[in-house]
Design a protein around this ligand. Structure first.
Ligand code: NAG
Ligand code: NAG
Ligand code: NAG
Ligand code: NAG
Length: 487
């Protein structure tokens, strides 16, 4: 409803605008929605959140950097782009190249639509000092990429500018290096007539990658802040009701470091918005702020109970804010949106449509960071319900009622959940009716393509649209009307 309204406004804007709007896309790394990190970013709040729209039910469809970024810049679900890990052979830059993504993806489509394209920061995992030139990243008019194995070193990064030899920024704070590059790219973008698409991707608040030369080993440590932010958040407490387990050592200081690391991002947001305003382009620019995936600390309830981070809502429910022409200040969208929808949305802004998997709400995909961490998942939200359902490759199934149990501590399909399950209902239908429908939906979404990803119920019951409707307001038709209401 409201999204459709916004898109209608957008289309009207496009029709009347002499110059198509620019797009500034700020992408952080592993930023949480649940732990309220955004509340501690004052410029983000005043420059983007309060001046634009918040997408409160926005999800990434793969809670892992590289697959999530592949989805962001292809508009494809992971089972279609097939980048399923951060490292080769199943993920990372080499896999991205193998899959042809470097030759056919968002920045190239934006250039074809007449946009100049720019990028500063982290692009892919395993995009490194040895392979950055074989082949070079395609699709950007100018770029500054952080390179592995220095990508996640807050004080020892290396970058390549426009395919030139890599340069070390040892001793300079990584986010400041990425920000300086972004300002230069923005100046370049603003010097041309064409509209532009600039992505800025600092590593904060991802963990810091430490290399110990004595033992020749690497490990992840707390994120690092710029020196000027070291003194902040000393009194920070984990928000009440967040099920923080203070017994786990290091939890609170880790969250403090994440907030401190985000402060340089916050300054950068302000500087970018100021530059746009100074140049008179702020009102002709869509500024997006999001992250590749969320984050579960070892100290939150979900992780303690579940022992596997990535199905938790903390990992898939991510911040998304958009400021720009036609977007009402302070608007809140409660429709479900996902990272798969981002590329179609940006192309729409550029007036260049493409048939992608966008607007689907599939969540979950194979990957193998943890031995048995392989599952398919669905996240559904609508009037009167908010659930997460997953089927693991081990055969286990999980259903969480996020209205009654936002921390996902009680699996309604487990013995412990039996009592709660007996009282659980969606639109008056008992759990025994709901689960088969979720299974049917899962079967369609696990290998959907194009329109089926957006209209999964058509695939679940090809002849059955009328029948589903006739059967009344059960989960399928509720789900479908949630989808329809987004048009
Ligand atoms: C996806 O990639 C894997 C290797 O990572 C490969 O074995 C598989 O065949 C690919 N699937 C498709 C559908 O291309
Ligand atoms: C940006 O790159 C595209 C594709 O190569 C090209 O058509 C366009 O002219 C370039 N823009 C500028 C300002 O050089
Ligand atoms: C560390 O690894 C490098 C490359 O594999 C090797 O050349 C070097 O000798 C190793 N150093 C130690 C202290 O093991
Ligand atoms: C993962 O494996 C462990 C050990 O085999 C098992 O106890 C646990 O139940 C498994 N979890 C899932 C979600 O498959």
């Amino acid at each position: 409803m409201r999204v459709a309204h916004a898109l209608a406004i957008l289309a009207a804007c496009l029709a009347t605008q002499a110059k198509r709007p620019n797009i500034l896309f700020i992408l952080t790394d592993d930023q949480d929605w649940h732990m309220e990190s955004v509340e501690h970013m004052q410029s983000l709040k005043s420059d983007i959140v309060n001046k634009g729209a918040s997408f409160d039910r926005h999800f990434c469809t793969v809670a892992l950097c590289c697959p999530s970024r592949a989805t962001l810049c292809t508009g494809r679900a992971a089972h279609n782009h097939n980048v399923t890990k951060v490292s080769p052979p199943h993920g990372g830059y080499p896999k991205v190249v193998d899959r042809g993504i470097n030759d056919d993806y968002l920045p190239i489509w934006m250039q074809e639509a007449g946009y100049n394209t720019y990028y500063s920061g982290k692009l892919w995992n395993f995009h490194n000092v040895n392979n950055y030139n074989s082949p070079y990243v395609k699709g950007y008019n100018s770029s500054d990429f952080l390179l592995d194995p220095y990508t996640y070193r807050y004080w020892d990064s290396k970058m390549t500018h426009n395919d030139e030899a890599r340069v070390s920024y040892a001793g300079k704070y990584s986010t400041d290096a990425v920000a300086d590059k972004a300002y230069a790219l923005l100046d370049e973008a603003l010097s041309h007539e064409e509209p532009w698409f600039l992505t800025v991707s600092p590593i904060a608040p991802h963990s810091n990658w430490v290399f110990d030369e004595k033992t020749n080993t690497s490990y992840l440590s707390m994120p690092q802040s710029a020196y000027r932010h070291e003194h902040l958040f000393n009194d920070y407490q984990i928000p009440r009701g967040k099920s923080f387990n203070s017994a786990i050592e290091g939890g609170a200081s880790w969250w403090r470091q994440r907030l401190r690391a985000l402060q340089a991002v916050d300054e950068m947001v302000h500087e970018l918005v100021e530059k746009l305003a100074d140049d008179g382009e702020l009102d002709n620019t869509y500024s997006f702020y999001t992250t590749d995936n969320g984050y579960t600390s070892a100290s939150t309830a979900c992780n303690r109970v579940r022992n596997a981070a990535t199905v938790c809502d903390t990992d898939i429910h991510v911040p998304l804010f958009v400021r720009g022409p036609g977007v009402a200040a302070g608007a809140q969208f409660d429709s479900v949106t996902t990272h798969t929808d981002i590329a179609p949305t940006l192309l729409r802004i550029a007036n260049a449509d493409k048939q992608l998997d966008g607007e689907n709400f599939e969540a979950g995909i194979h990957f193998g960071l943890y031995p048995n961490n392989t599952y398919k998942g669905l996240r559904l939200a609508g009037d009167g319900f908010s659930v997460y359902y997953s089927v693991w490759c081990t055969g286990e199934r999980e259903l969480f009622d996020l209205r009654a149990d936002p921390e996902q501590t009680l699996n309604l399909l487990s013995e412990a959940g039996a009592h709660a399950a007996s009282r659980f209902a969606v639109s008056g239908r008992p759990i025994s009716d709901v689960v088969p429908r979720l299974d049917a939906l899962m079967m369609v979404l696990k290998d959907c393509k194009d329109r089926t990803c957006m209209r999964p119920w058509g695939g679940a019951a090809p002849r059955g649209r009328r029948r589903i409707a006739a059967r009344g307001p059960g989960p399928p038709s509720t789900t479908r009307s949630t989808r329809v209401s987004r048009r």
